[in-house]
Design a protein around this ligand. Structure first.
Ligand code: C2E
Ligand code: MG
Ligand code: MG
Ligand code: MG
Length: 280
């Protein structure tokens, strides 16, 4: 029947579309099971200063499914947002990050390290987000000043006044705040004016071609100057080569994260890395 209608007609039973919907539904169902089956794990990527000393780590979630293998967060975070699953998942990530902080606090060499956690828009927009976060911190015994939340500009736009209130409340409790993927979202200097941020995180897309694209260099230079002048820290993400690092140091960047230093590491490997780079 569909064939008879020819190639250019809209077909309501397009098997290709049906297949996409089915694949998505299957992925969604598996994602729901994943929390119960403990298929999520956190990897940690070191953040370093210009002397190469580790100052903290960013927690990055991974999904290991027996059939699918490792699924990238770029694939499942959007789906987890659509389905609301990001709420229990985000809570779990915060609990894990706090447990790591408690571990760090127990040893003099790691006591000062912070853990950065990505927060999704849906999670941040929950009315009780701040209260829930404070409860997680209190239950874990983690030091709030060692927890850093990575927020994105897109997460702030929906209701800027409410967002500012939340950020100020978090800040008052000592939680550190970083603006992730800076420069790629609905960038507004108003956020910088009104939010008590601790850090701007230069998006990796600007770092990638820094040596060969004068526009990227101009943007990175401006972000560093802006942050430095305002007394807000600046970290560059996606640093992959020594040449990128040298250039970034030359233009005044003081904090770095990227494959050049380390890929995101599972718990055990992180501890081995820290043995070599912090506890040495
Ligand atoms: P992001 O927060 O901007 O994290 C940086 C991403 O860049 C990570 O990808 C990291 O593995 C990758 N990366 C780090 N260094 C380099 C480098 O030198 N070169 C390149 N090419 N890439 C580098 P990942 O782990 O796949 O995470 C992707 C995104 O998924 C994150 O971007 C973040 O937005 C989101 N995400 C990850 N974990 C969580 C989480 O626990 N909660 C939420 N809400 N989102 C998360
Ligand atoms: Mg991040
Ligand atoms: Mg980022
Ligand atoms: Mg990014």
């Amino acid at each position: 029947q569909a064939k008879k209608m020819g190639r250019n007609t809209v077909c309501f039973f397009d098997p290709a579309i049906q297949e996409v919907a089915l694949l998505r539904a299957t992925l969604e169902a598996e994602l729901r099971q994943a929390l119960v089956r403990a298929e999520f794990s956190l990897y940690y990527q070191p953040q370093v200063n210009s002397s190469g000393a580790v100052i903290g780590v960013e927690a990055l979630v991974r999904w290991q499914n027996p059939q699918r293998g490792t699924v990238s967060p770029a694939e499942f975070i959007p789906l987890a947002e659509d389905t609301g699953l990001i709420l229990p998942l985000g809570r779990w990530v915060l609990e894990e990050a706090c447990a790591l902080l408690v571990g760090f606090a127990a040893a003099p060499a790691t006591r000062e390290l912070h853990v950065a956690v990505n927060v999704s828009a849906l999670q941040f927009r929950q009315t009780n987000f701040v209260a829930e976060l404070l409860a997680i911190l209190e239950n874990s015994g983690a030091n709030p000043t060692r927890l850093k939340l990575e927020l994105t500009e897109s997460l702030l736009v929906e209701d800027i006044e409410v967002a500012i209130e939340k950020v100020i409340a978090l800040k008052q409790h000592g939680v550190a705040l970083s603006l992730d993927d800076f420069g790629t979202g609905y960038s507004s200097l108003m956020y910088l004016k009104r939010l008590p941020l601790d850090q701007l995180k230069i998006d990796q897309s600007f770092v990638q071609n820094l040596l060969h694209d004068s526009r990227d260099l101009a943007i990175v230079n401006t972000i560093i100057t802006l942050g430095t002048t305002m007394g807000v820290g600046v970290i560059a993400e996606g640093v992959e080569t020594a040449a990128q690092l040298d250039l970034l140091i030359n233009i005044g960047c003081t904090l770095f994260q990227g494959y050049y230093f380390s890929r995101p590491l599972p718990d055990q490997q992180l501890h081995e890395y820290l043995q070599r780079h912090v506890l040495a």
